[in-house]
Design a binder for this molecule. Sequence first.
Ligand SMILES: [Zn+2]
Length: 216
Amino acid sequence: MKIILLGPPGAGKGTQAKTLASKLNVAHIATGDLLRQNVAKDTDLGKQAKDFMNKGALVPDELVTQMISLRMQEADIEKGFILDGYPRNINQAESLDKILKDRGSEIDSVIYLDASEPVIIQRLTGRLVCSQCGANFHIKNMPPKVAMVCDNCQAKLFQRTDDRAETIKKRLEVYLQESHPLIEYYKKKGKLKRVSSDEDAGIVLDKMLKLLNREQ
Ligand SMILES: [Zn+2]
């Protein structure tokens, strides 16, 4: 099963992608992880990406697409995958279609995790991010075992400055505006499914699994 997970910040996309991938026994491909791995392994693409990241600039579409393309050649992809953080725009969506088409494949479903604004604000204002591995925690909903310390790698957790209430509304607005063409793109292809993610993570996961099972 080849699935793309979309959703605004605070919809729980990262956590759901990881859990859904392990439930379906498919690969979890997160752009953030892919970038970190390429930088850590000091690959050609990683070196180029690092230059942009050091300048505080966004890593260009083309570079991320090349990383995705290489990732799609690995053996575990045969079972299927959940894409998390890619594609971000029409340009990347078209590149992805081409990468898969060249391999005689295509995306099966695109799930849009839809959360309401009050829920998003409540979730994001308490979010803690690991400075080393990028893992997410939440002061109330998913606290780390030791305060402000990552469960996975024991590095320090921090609150992103753009996770404060006043900036969240703005980020959400920007996300909805930028993702609109992407959502329309997959809607036209008949692949888009909306799932409300206001409820607890377990309930949302069940809803996604039911939705995907119905199609098999
Ligand atoms: Zn960590």
